[in-house]
Design a protein around this ligand. Structure first.
Ligand SMILES: O=c1ccn([C@@H]2O[C@H](COP(=O)(O)O)[C@@H](O)[C@H]2O)c(=O)[nH]1
Length: 274
């Protein structure tokens, strides 16, 4: 999906909500465990109930990998379902990959071509040649970890080299790479106060912002400091939406939570045009 198509969806749905499918067998309603594929059954219900309010779904691959072969099957079924039923939705494989070039090329092939996600999250730590194979793939997006939402972000990402924080160096350097127009960046909602400076470095890039809801980040602050002229935000919520209820009407309740966020986003978007 092109950035332009994503932007059109954002304006059409008045939403820049990304719903995280962090599907955990220990948290889904127990009656689903008797289904042939409980993870997929849960995801399908969540997607069908919430897609009006969201423009993107982020599948955190860890939750599926942890279940072995069955988890990979559920992951494949979920992305196939999204691509077939909701092709207008932007899909993110939150896999946080990156390795020497030939290995990265295999990760890129797996997530962006075989599984046909629109994007994949990539750790920048191994440098240019570890990211290039992802960027080489046309009409796909590489979402680089910049300033993450966790406490450990302060261990390395904010360390200064030549007076500049490492995460800023990552952003600045990555802008010089070939096909850098295919880059997006992860910035945690818990670090919203840094967003204004990040926006100055990358005024037009999309930011994937996890950390609202369960991690305590504020949507209002993210918009205040991080919204660009072309929106440029995908704000993710996983647990806050998908586990809003453990009862049989969990999908309905997830939809209600998603709608609350969508309405807040619509209000923020209306400020852009004032
Ligand atoms: O900096 C980061 C990068 C990735 N994540 C991921 O986003 C979701 C957040 O889930 P919530 O339940 O809404 O807290 C999850 O998949 C993380 O692995 C992040 O939180 N921070």
């Amino acid at each position: 999906m092109t950035t332009q198509a994503l932007l059109e969806q954002i304006h059409k749905k008045k939403s820049f909500l990304c719903i995280g499918l962090d599907t955990d067998l220990e948290k889904i309603p127990t009656y689903l465990l008797s289904e042939e594929d409980p993870m997929f059954a849960f995801n399908k219900e969540i997607i069908d109930a919430t897609h009006h309010f969201a423009v993107a779904y982020k599948i955190n691959t860890a939750f599926y990998e942890a279940q072995g072969r069955k988890g990979w099957k559920a992951l494949n079924k979920t992305i196939e379902y999204l691509n077939a039923e909701y092709p207008e939705i932007f899909t993110i494989a939150d896999a946080k990959r990156g390795d020497i070039g030939n290995t990265s090329a295999m990760y890129a092939k797996a997530f962006l071509q075989e599984m046909a996600f629109d994007s994949v999250t990539v750790a920048p730590y191994m440098g240019k040649d570890s990211v290039e194979p992802f960027l080489a793939i046309r009409d796909k997006h590489t979402i680089l970890l910049a300033l993450t939402s966790n406490e450990g972000a302060f261990d390395f990402q904010t360390l200064k080299t030549d007076g500049v924080e490492l995460y800023k160096k990552v952003i600045e350097t990555s802008k010089t790479w070939e096909n850098s127009e295919r880059l997006m960046y992860v910035v945690g909602a818990t670090k919203a106060e840094h967003l204004a400076e990040i926006r100055k470095l990358i005024p037009d890039s999309f930011l994937l912002v996890p950390g609202v809801g369960a991690q305590g980040g504020s949507l209002e602050d993210v918009c205040k400091y991080g919204m660009g002229k072309n929106v440029g935000l995908l704000v993710n919520s996983s647990r806050g939406i998908i586990y809003a209820s453990e009862t049989s009407n969990f999908a309905e309740i997830a939809a209600a939570k998603a709608e609350v966020m969508q309405r807040e986003m619509a209000a923020q978007l209306s400020k852009l045009h004032q």
